[in-house]
Design a protein around this ligand. Structure first.
Ligand SMILES: [Zn+2]
Ligand SMILES: [Zn+2]
Length: 133
């Protein structure tokens, strides 16, 4: 079974992921922008049993308008967010795709909050998109 490793900038907080992600999403919402410092966020969602988490993390709970907060786990040394627990999907854990630093990581399954996308960003036509809300 394939195994991928995600880690923070300093390498102290790591997630070992066994098998393929259940879903890979790009999100253009402003909360994802602020989390990443980039134009959009990219998440790989795994079942909890697929992951082994190593190292210390601190938690930031982000409330959301839909009443489903997300608990983000970040490295106390370097501040990188590596994984998060969406209360809306308690059996899943999201992992930041950038934390894998792997250009061969599979293409996203979807682009969400697409109505907020920067106008210059274009994705392949076979990648589904949907708006926010
Ligand atoms: Zn770190
Ligand atoms: Zn988002």
């Amino acid at each position: 079974m394939s195994e991928r490793r995600a880690e923070c900038s300093c390498g102290r907080l790591r997630v070992v992921c066994r098998g393929e992600a259940a879903k890979v999403s790009i999100c253009h919402c402003n909360a994802c922008r602020r989390r990443t410092g980039s134009a959009f966020g990219m998440s790989a969602f795994y079942l909890r049993g697929q992951l082994a988490i190593e190292g210390e993390s601190r938690l930031f709970r982000r409330d959301s308008d839909n009443g489903h907060p997300v608990d983000f786990h970040f490295c106390p040394s370097c501040g990188s967010t590596v994984y998060w627990e969406p209360s809306r999907k308690p059996d899943m854990i999201g992992v930041g795709v950038g934390a894998f630093a792997d250009p061969s990581f599979p293409m996203p399954d979807q682009s969400v909050s697409d109505d907020l996308r920067h106008a210059w960003i274009a994705f392949p036509e076979n990648m589904p998109s949907r708006g926010s809300g």
